[in-house]
Each structure stands twice: as structure tokens, then as C-alpha cells.
Design a protein around this ligand. Structure first.
Ligand code: ZN
Length: 97
């Protein structure tokens, strides 16, 4: 899981992330060779992720990698009806901490 500290740069917009509640992080997944390389083992602003045009493709690839490399051990992502992307297991989310 990506480490977060105040000022961690967002992997999408590169601006610092000041608070944990505004961040979501992703696991370091092996053998990643894709347009989404920069997101694995990294954190992003939730607002950046939720408004990103490639978010659905990223969620699909992320979850495929979990199935391939860590089934049952790492949390998949879910695209909620309200537009938010969350980890299915909330321990993987920084929200509310
Ligand atoms: Zn951002």
C-alpha cells in the first residue's frame, strides 16, 4: 500500500495532498506495464480520481491485477453510484482518518 504523509504529491495532478481524508492510495502491484503505472503504490486526491476520464478503465485494470496477483489479499476498487471510487475493504481507504 502506498504510504501517505501530508504533502504527498497526487499521482494525477502532482499537487500536494494535505489531508488524509482527501486521499486514496493504491497497492504496489507486480508486473504493471500500462498507462496506469504511475498510480500503483501511489496516492491521489479523491476529487482528481473521481473526475478523471480514465477512472473506469483504471478500476477495471486495478481489479484484474488483484485477481491475477493477490486474490483475496488486496482490496478491489468499486465505482459507487454517487461517482466516488472506494476500496471495497475500507481499511484500504484513507478516508475518515
Ligand atoms: Zn490531485
Amino acid at each position: 500500500m502506498a504510504l501517505f504523509w501530508p504533502g504527498t504529491p497526487c499521482a494525477l495532478c502532482h499537487a500536494p495532498i494535505e489531508g488524509g481524508a482527501e486521499a486514496i492510495g493504491f497497492a504496489a502491484l507486480p508486473d504493471v506495464r500500462s498507462e496506469f503505472d504511475h498510480l500503483y503504490d501511489a496516492c491521489v486526491h479523491r476529487t482528481c480520481l473521481n473526475s478523471w476520464s480514465r477512472r473506469a478503465a483504471f478500476v477495471e485494470q486495478h481489479n484484474d491485477l488483484i485477481d491475477a496477483h493477490a486474490p483475496g489479499r488486496l482490496s478491489k476498487l468499486a465505482l459507487k453510484a454517487d461517482g466516488n471510487i472506494v476500496h471495497e475493504v475500507d481499511d484500504w481507504s484513507y478516508g475518515g482518518r
